[in-house]
Structure formats: C-alpha cells, structure tokens
Design a protein around this ligand. Sequence first.
Ligand SMILES: Nc1nc2c(c(=O)[nH]1)N[C@H]1C(S)=C(S)[C@@H](COP(=O)(O)O)O[C@H]1N2
Ligand SMILES: [Mo]
Length: 211
Amino acid sequence: MDRIFRRKEEEQRIADEGRLPVGQSLTRKFPVLHYGPVPSFDAATWDLHVWGEVEGEVRWTWDEFSQLPRTSLLMDIHCVTRWSKFDTSWEGVSVRTLVEEGLIRPKPEARYVIQHAEYGYNTNLPLEIVLSENFLLATHFNGEPLTLEHGYPLRGIVGSILARNDLKVPYFWKGAKWLRGLEFLTEDRLGFWEQAGYHNQADVWKEERFA
Ligand SMILES: Nc1nc2c(c(=O)[nH]1)N[C@H]1C(S)=C(S)[C@@H](COP(=O)(O)O)O[C@H]1N2
Ligand SMILES: [Mo]
C-alpha cells in the first residue's frame, strides 16, 4: 500500500511539473518489451553499418565504436503501452556529434533514418529527430552497460528532456534495441510497428499512438 501511495505521489509531482503526457502513468520498474528473441553479442563479428544517403559508407567494429566521442543524457521515456519512466540516465554516442565531427556525412537530400536491428526489427525517424539532443545511440543505462534484454550492446533511445519543450518526442518504440545499422533515406519508409498500424510520427505530446 505504502509503495503504491508513494508511486501515486511521485506521479502527481511529475504531472504538476507538466512532464506526464496524457494517457501515461509513472513506473519505477523498467519493463522489457520487444518482438522476438534476445540476440547474442559477439564483439569479434559485431559491426554498426551506416549507409544510404551518406558520403562514404561506414562500418564500425565494436572496438572502433567504443572509441567514438561519448555523451551522457538524462531523459524521460514514454512507451506507447502507457508507462513512462522519468529521469533515466543514459550514456552513448550522439549521431549529432558524429555528423558535427564529420564521422557521418549525410548527403544534403537525406531526410529520414531507419534504425536496423538484429533479426530485422527496424524503425524510422526523421533525420531532424535523429540529430536532436533527445536521440542517442546508447550503450549504458544508469552507469552500467545495457542488459541483454534492454538491447546490449547498443540501442537507439528517444524521449523528453526537462525544460526542452522545443524538441519533438516520439514514443519509445522509435529506439531500436540491438542496433546494427543506420540507413539514411530521402523518402520516408515505415518500420516494423509503423507498418503494423502504429502512428508514424508517434508524438507523445499529441498522443499519436495509432495511425
Ligand atoms: N530490436 C528491437 N527493438 C525494439 C523493439 C523490438 O521489438 N525489437 N521494441 C520496441 C518497443 S515497442 C519498445 S516499447 C522499446 C522497449 O524497450 P525496453 O524493453 O528497454 O523497455 O524497445 C523498442 N525497441
Ligand atoms: Mo512498445
């Protein structure tokens, strides 16, 4: 009872701060949600492939990826199944930084990015969001490497940042666990859940759950 009461209290505080999107409720757990099995990881064969509308395709091995500049990020994440988790702390590699450093060079006509994961899961986002501060290629959660079921060794994450009401915030499925590729596109192409009837923009603040 006491735990439930405290959760409700915390949820009210977050709501008062304007951080609880309509239809969401606060969770202190970290639910695991995905379609299909959890893949295994082999540092010797893993790579991250960047292709499509970019100058010079890239393929980073795990060793190479581990040398890239790193970013920390505090975010609220919002799952379309109605749980939100607040002040989650992440670390990883920002696509924006990679572009600024010339490590990824999108062609001027690139407008969308598909995250490709193990076993063919994928999800699409506008390049504008992938280059925003609220999108990260995450390797760590709460100071520890991701657990296998949360996407180890690498996943996309997207969510809301406190007091950054200028950023577009899609639901959390727009971050692919077990990420293996970024494909840059001129035209949009629907990903896995988007093809299954979920909303393509998936704006949390507009409650765009289904198409
Ligand atoms: N590779 C992969 N990534 C995925 C999914 C998936 O099925 N496969 N599901 C998405 C969905 S629907 C959600 S809500 C989040 C859940 O992440 P979590 O399990 O870490 O909470 O992962 C997203 N990324
Ligand atoms: Mo989801």
